[in-house]
Design a protein around this ligand. Structure first.
Ligand SMILES: N[C@@H](CCC(=O)NCCCC(=O)O)C(=O)O
Length: 251
C-alpha cells in the first residue's frame, strides 16, 4: 500500500506553566489526518529552522488558525494595542515558509490566521479590529460553548467563477466566524473567492499556485466531514497533495 502524503502543520508557541510549548490544536490535526495525509508538526523555530532537509519530504502545508495575531510590522503598520497576543516565532516561521512552498509548487491551505498569514506573506495588509470599522459586522466568536462558537455565524457570497461556487453549486453558504483581523489590502496575485455581506474577504485563491493554493477566513476543520464547503475544501487539498506526492515519486 502506497504511503500517504505527509502534511506539514506549523506550530504555535504557547506558554504552558512557566515554559513555552510548540503546539497545534487537535481539531486541525484530526481534519488533516482524516482527509489529506499523515500530519507532521513543524516547530516554530523561525529562521533557526533549516527546513531545507524537511521540505522535500512534505507533500502539502496546512496553516491553522490561532488566537494570536500576525505582528503589524509585517505589513508595514505600527505597534498593535497594548495586550494584543502575538506569536513572533510562528510569524518568523510561516511567513517565509509560505513563499518557499509556493516556489516549490507544494499544495498550500490556510485557515483563519493562516489565511491572514498568506495575505501578509505575499504583500497584503490586515484590518486589526474589524468590528470597529463603520459598516462592518462583528466577526468575533460568539459567547457560548464550542458548538455555539463554531456554528454558522453569517452568510458569505461565493463570487462568480469561484472554485467554491463550482464545488458547492451555489452562490452562497453560511460559515462560522472567530476573528477580529481581516484582509484590508488583498495581496497581489490573490483572487477573492468569497465575501461576507459587509465586504470582508472570506476566501481567496492563489493565482500562481502550481497546485492547490487556497485559504479561508472561517474554520472548515470544524465538522470537516459534514459541512459541504469543508468536504470540498479538504477534498481538493487532499487530491492535490496526493498528486504532488505522485509526481515527486516519478523517476
Ligand atoms: N487572531 C486572528 C485569527 C483568528 C483565529 O485564527 N481564530 C481561531 C482561534 C481558535 C482556533 O484555533 O480555532 C484574528 O483575531 O483575526
Amino acid at each position: 500500500m502506497q504511503a500517504r502524503p505527509l502534511i506539514g502543520i506549523p506550530c504555535d508557541v504557547k506558554p504552558v506553566g512557566k515554559w513555552d510549548f510548540h503546539a497545534v490544536g487537535d481539531k486541525y490535526i484530526q481534519a488533516v489526518q482524516h482527509t489529506a495525509g499523515d500530519v507532521v508538526l513543524l516547530p516554530a523555530l523561525g529562521d533557526q529552522q533549516k527546513l531545507a532537509r524537511l521540505l522535500p519530504q512534505l507533500d502539502g502545508l496546512f496553516l491553522t488558525g490561532s488566537h494570536s495575531n500576525v505582528e503589524p510590522r509585517h505589513y508595514g503598520e505600527g505597534a498593535a494595542r497594548e495586550g494584543t497576543l502575538h506569536d513572533p516565532l510562528r510569524d518568523n516561521t510561516t511567513l517565509p515558509l509560505i513563499r518557499t512552498v509556493l516556489d516549490l509548487g507544494m499544495p498550500l491551505f490556510g485557515v483563519c490566521r493562516g489565511f491572514q498569514e498568506i495575505n501578509v506573506a505575499l504583500g497584503g495588509t490586515l484590518h486589526q479590529h474589524i468590528q470597529e470599522l463603520p459598516g462592518k459586522m462583528d466577526h468575533r466568536e460568539p459567547e457560548g460553548d464550542i458548538p455555539t462558537q463554531y456554528g454558522d455565524a453569517h452568510n458569505i457570497t461565493l463570487l462568480s467563477g469561484s472554485l467554491l461556487q463550482q464545488w458547492l453549486g451555489s452562490d452562497h453558504t453560511r460559515v462560522n466566524s472567530l476573528h477580529q483581523q481581516g484582509i484590508k489590502d488583498l495581496a497581489p496575485g490573490l483572487t477573492a473567492e468569497a465575501v461576507a455581506d459587509d465586504g470582508i474577504i472570506e476566501a481567496f485563491r492563489i493565482d500562481a499556485a502550481k497546485t492547490f493554493g487556497y485559504a479561508v477566513q472561517w474554520h472548515p476543520e470544524w465538522q470537516y466531514d459534514q459541512k459541504p464547503a469543508s468536504v470540498a475544501l479538504f477534498g481538493a487539498f487532499a487530491a492535490a497533495c496526493a498528486a504532488y506526492r505522485q509526481q515527486k515519486m516519478q523517476p
